[in-house]
Design a protein around this ligand. Sequence first.
Ligand SMILES: [Zn+2]
Length: 247
Amino acid sequence: MYHRIDNLTPDQSRSPLMRDLTVPTADFEAQVKYLADNGFTFLLASQVETALRNHQPLPQRAVAITMDDGYKDNFEKAFPILQKYHACATIFMVTNNFEKPDRLSWSDARTMRDGGLGYGSHTVSHADMTTLPGDRLDYELCESKRILEQGLHVPITSIAYPSGAYNQTVIERTRAAGYLAGWKKGGGPVQPGSEPYMLPRVRVHGKTDMEAFHRKVWSGYWTMRMNAAAQQMVASNHVRHARQRPA
Ligand SMILES: [Zn+2]
């Protein structure tokens, strides 16, 4: 889970929030290169959602890069790096942000779509949906989906909850609006059986160094390996107990 990919100006660097949101361009390239060099399969968020829904296996080494909010640097800085390493990503777009300064234009978004990137909604106005009355909540969900589908001619099946804020009502209205999945702000790697409207993500911060990045990207792989080992232990205990039982 990323937001901005860029090198900050000295002015921007003074803001702790900006520093946290922004991964330096060279760091992002090193991270994508690491994933490519280590045989990770790059997936769109929608491919993860589909595999979960259909109980289909995914490659052991798989990663879905996501970028929230729709910053211009996603197109100017991140996209060329993704292209260079034959990687893809999914952008969760706040539709009100289109054409604003420092934000994506429709033309940027279409170029990236044609380059293999995927899209999801991040609502119309980045509102905290847990605080909205029903009609405003439905508007944020339905209108952002409609605008993205009309402008990009791709089905929009998922949403990333702004600030990761959701509750039971938000989940119910998200489902009713026709979304098949909802993504949170953090929570670790996606696992088989993850709740489709509470999908976790692993956040990469501006200060995330390579060592921390390694831990983050391997966390899903090691969780799967540990679960498999635990299952094997349970199974072999069953066999041993069965053998020890007197005939
Ligand atoms: Zn956001």
